[in-house]
Write a protein that binds this ligand. Structure first.
Ligand code: PLP
Length: 371
């Protein structure tokens, strides 16, 4: 097998933590019970699922429940279902930030087709939503406000607590996509729903979850055997759940050391890329995300020239679709600036050497381009 490139795309996905792999294996190999069966094998599997829920809940607000899903995208779709009940109170408006991930953005658009008014709220040139403008936009007709914690493309952190307060002041609910912040950035206690994903925290792919505040009723997303409180039927995978739980527990345990490590690597990267401009706020951001641009650079060419580094041009989630980055456009960047932007995603398993080698490879290729 050929050697992997230096991996600097930790917003797209993260490598599986070895501890997570170890926890998952017995549930795949030996303990194959259905967690919804009443016999001993089933109860063992069910206990593992509940341990995972406990481990994950340590990083979420109190007074709520975790519902497992197949991905954060599914969790967002599940959470949006809340608007159906609110519509009976005459609330037919949904507000999402213009910088939301496609999971939120496209789900919101699907509600437009069902007669809801969907407003994509602008962000400033720093990537942050203006609370004054949001306060004006949220009104008594608003059912749901969706604002993400950490942006997947530019790493900017939104003032989620204040946004939730604005939503509540008008009787609306607040859904927060915390996928890129879970386990790394504090999550405000006053949100109503939070979508999370295991593969962004060194856990397995194929599992996400929605945290829902007690007292909020959601309609079933998937009908069937009534699992996950009747909202998401289907047999759970104890291996995936246990892996998610272990990944969350590790994030809790390593929170300070991970943060210090990633900050040190990020500082190093900012030093090596001092000739580049940071997209979005320089300070109100998660340090593991460095989205930068340099005038005159053709990122398409850069990516094919620098095969030894796995990095991203704009959002990895959107890149497969061929769509230009709506987040960079929402910052006010023109198409040339967007095409000269790269995203470096730094994670737990990167080293200073990774940053040194990757920045050298990228900067050398850029100098050739600009010569
Ligand atoms: N929200 C954000 C901010 C993301 O970065 C992603 C994935 O890139 C998602 C949602 C979707 O997560 P999943 O892959 O679990 O559906």
């Amino acid at each position: 097998m050929s050697k992997n490139p230096i991996y600097l795309d930790n917003q797209a996905t993260t490598p599986l933590a070895p501890e997570v792999f170890d926890v998952m294996i017995p549930w795949l190999r030996d303990s194959f019970g259905n967690p919804h069966s009443a016999h001993l094998l089933g109860r063992k599997a069910s206990a593992a699922v509940e341990v995972a829920r406990d481990q994950m809940s340590g990083l979420l607000p109190e007074s709520g429940n975790i519902l497992f899903t197949g991905s954060a995208t599914e969790a967002v779709n599940m959470g949006f279902g809340v608007v159906h009940a609110l519509r009976t109170d005459g609330r037919n408006k949904i507000i999402v930030l213009d910088s939301e991930h496609a999971a939120v953005r496209d789900t919101a658009i699907s509600y437009e087709k069902q007669g809801f008014i969907v407003e994509r709220h602008p962000i400033g040139s720093d990537g942050i939503a203006s609370l004054a403008q949001l306060g004006d936009a949220i009104d008594g007709k608003t059912a749901l406000v969706a604002a993400m914690l950490v942006n997947n493309e530019i790493g900017v952190i939104q003032p989620v607590e204040a946004i939730a307060e604005l939503a509540h002041a008008k009787g609306a609910l607040m859904l927060c996509d915390v996928v890129q912040g879970y386990g790394r950035v504090d999550i405000a206690d006053n949100i109503d729903m939070a979508a999370i994903s295991a593969h962004k925290i060194y856990g397995p792919k194929g599992i996400g979850a929605l945290w829902v505040r007690n007292g909020i009723d959601l309609p079933p997303l998937i009908h069937g055997g009534g699992q996950e409180r009747g909202i998401r039927s289907g047999t759970l995978s104890p291996a995936l759940c246990a892996g998610f739980g272990q990944a969350a527990a590790l994030c809790m345990e390593r929170r300070e050391s991970d943060a210090a490590h990633i900050q040190a690597l990020s500082d190093k990267a900012r030093y090596y890329f001092a000739d580049w401009t940071i997209n979005g706020s320089c300070n109100q951001r998660y340090s593991g995300n460095l989205n930068i641009r340099r005038q005159g650079v053709d990122v398409g060419r850069l990516m094919s020239d620098v095969r030894g580094v796995a990095f991203s041009a704009g959002s990895a989630c959107a890149s497969g679709s061929g769509r230009p980055s709506h987040v960079l456009a929402a910052l006010g960047l023109d198409s040339t600036q967007i095409k000269s932007s790269i995203r470096l995603g730094i994670g737990r398993y990167n080293s200073i050497k990774d940053i040194e080698i990757a920045s050298k490879l990228i900067n050398e290729a850029v100098e050739v381009q600009l010569a």
